[in-house]
Ligand binder design. Structure first.
Ligand SMILES: *Cc1c(COP(=O)(O)O)cnc(C)c1O
Length: 388
């Protein structure tokens, strides 16, 4: 069942599901603004403590009903057994990684992973004797060559969110299984609507909820989804001990956004492809990096492992960066900013070094929001024309 079909589960009013009887037919799941949950008898309290609060509500650092409701919805969308929500995407990423590696272990990570992720794996974890090798993730050979006897984790991000390169997810997970390593993927770009990594053998999927999942540029959050085997461990240790958990307030706001996720993603997909195609026909554009365009070098792989395309992509140009920045200044509908996934379209001009051996180049990253795509195309053409 595709996620676009699964969207019924998101639109299902709370009144129709298991929470029915306690909530007066409320359409939205109630906001449990509680740190504390108390018990009628000490025996009931003892039972809850024995279960470490997994099924029972004791204290909201462990298990808040509103957050739990969101976790169940996301887990269902992703096809996982369970999920845990964090205070940010980085909270989810750092907890997921640390639930797998220990001192002396080695990680292989895709080159173009999210900047703070690269810093966490490549620099921060060195303090604890954990080493990371970064590879051009588009070739399986590179993953194989980077493997050491102590490799415990393959960290994927597919597609990456500046150059939009893919990794062959089933091939990477198969190789990881052969060598006894776990796999994590950052699936923020595709959302559970367009990519189902757990079905391709990935152990843990993470998303920054701050982007498309919440969808309105008003929340910071993250989530880890997986099988109970991995998630139980993570819940007991990194989740409970670091304490970087999502608040009930945020969970309620995310739930409001999540209910329209499939609708929004359908619109982002069609608008994103139209704007990307339009840019690919402009004389000032030398290349568009969007995995849904037939001339993307990994288009066949994209068709195999994505069921759709989100609306963040980039283009390259031979024009000087100053001129590209002035172009950005003159756009009316595109704002200049980084955190995509909300209503507003965005643009930034970036210097990128795709890997250690290549030269730095200028890459313009474009996020297509929910405005009318005709208006966005007009905005682009008018801004560029006004420069010349
Ligand atoms: C934003 C982002 C993150 C980090 O999420 P936060 O919620 O900002 O901590 C991780 N991965 C990708 C691909 C992102 O875009």
């Amino acid at each position: 069942m595709s996620v676009i079909e699964k969207r019924k589960t998101l639109y299902t009013a709370v009144a129709a599901d298991e929470y029915d009887t306690r909530h007066h037919g409320a359409i939205n799941f109630p906001l449990y603004q509680n740190s504390l949950f108390a018990f009628e008898t000490h025996e009931a309290f003892d039972r809850a403590m024995a279960d470490a609060g997994r099924e029972h509500h004791i204290y909201s650092r462990g298990n808040n009903p509103t957050v739990r409701y969101l976790e169940e919805k996301i887990s269902e969308l992703e096809g996982g057994e369970s999920a845990k929500c964090f205070a940010s995407g980085m909270g989810a990423i750092s907890a997921a990684v640390l639930s797998i590696v220990a001192q002396g272990d080695h990680i292989v990570c895709v080159n173009q992973a999210y900047g703070p992720t690269r810093e966490f794996l490549g620099s921060y974890l060195q303090r604890f004797g954990i080493e990371t090798t970064f590879v051009d993730g588009s070739l399986l050979e590179n993953w194989r060559n980077a493997v050491r006897p102590n490799t415990k984790l393959f960290y994927l991000e597919s597609p990456t969110t500046m150059m939009f390169e893919l990794q062959d997810i089933p091939a990477c997970t198969e190789l990881a299984k052969q060598i006894g390593a776990a796999t994590i993927i950052d699936g923020t770009w595709a959302t559970p609507c367009f990519q189902q990594p757990l079905a391709m053998g990935v152990d843990l999927v993470i998303h920054s909820i701050s982007k498309y999942l919440s969808g309105h540029s008003d929340c910071i959050g993250g989530v880890v989804i997986g099988s109970n085997r991995w998630m139980d461990r993570l819940s007991r240790t990194e989740y409970m001990l670091f304490g970087g958990v999502m608040t009930a307030h945020t969970a309620a706001a995310v739930m409001r956004g999540l209910r329209t996720l499939p609708l929004r993603m359908e619109r982002h997909e069609s608008s994103g492809l139209r704007v990307a195609m339009h840019l690919s026909n402009q004389p000032y554009v030398t290349r568009v990096n969007h995995p849904g365009l037939p001339f993307h070098p990994q288009y066949d792989l994209a068709r195999r492992q994505l069921t759709g395309y989100s609306s963040l992509f980039s283009f390259e140009s031979n024009e000087p960066p100053e001129k590209l920045k002035e172009f950005a200044n003159r756009l009316g509908l595109f704002k200049i900013g980084v955190s995509w996934g909300g209503y507003e379209s965005l643009i930034t001009v970036n210097r990128v070094q795709p890997d250690q051996s290549s030269d730095e180049k200028v890459v313009v990253r474009v996020y297509v929001g929910l405005e009318d795509p005709d208006d966005l195309i007009q905005d682009i053409d008018a801004a560029w024309a006004s420069l010349n």
